[in-house]
Design a protein around this ligand. Sequence first.
Ligand code: HEM
Length: 154
Amino acid sequence: MSPFAMTYALHLLAALVWVGGMFFAWMILRPAAVGVLEAPARLKLWVEVFRRFFHWVWAAVLVLPITGVGMLHLRFAGFESAPRYVHIMMGLYIAMLALFLRVQVLQLPELRRAVAAEDWPSGGAVLGRIRRLVGINLILGLVLASIAAARPGF
Ligand code: HEM
């Protein structure tokens, strides 16, 4: 396997884990949990789901720019000569990172505190805000993957 192929595979796997994980959480787990669990159990479930999923998101958040910049040098001889869609990819990555950090640093601790205090209405309100941000990030990730696949202007 060439260095480029290995870097490319890691990049794709990281994108799949992050975007696929958000897709599963939003489209499958969220409606299923609403359907079968009462608020206390549902909020506890989400605290545990985020704790486990966010380890993988942190890995993806690190692997994507490292492998992405690696490929920029291996294939395009640097940032300036890279095609437009790679610039768009980097811009959308920064937007996705900002939203992820907002959930991780501000909202998740708030959710944990509400669950620890058994304050279910506040927990539900925070979870609603997290859901909105994850929904936006999911859309950004899907748009980004479509742009990468279509390679406009290349
Ligand atoms: C700093 C962040 C990033 C950089 C520098 C970067 C850079 C790159 C580069 C150089 C390629 C190879 C392009 C080619 O060979 O034509 C690539 C491919 C790809 N990237 Fe990124 N990327 C970044 C973030 C992301 C993110 C956040 C995602 C998705 C969540 C993503 C998804 C993809 C996909 C799906 C491809 C394969 C496209 C294809 O070859 O058809 N990238 N990226």
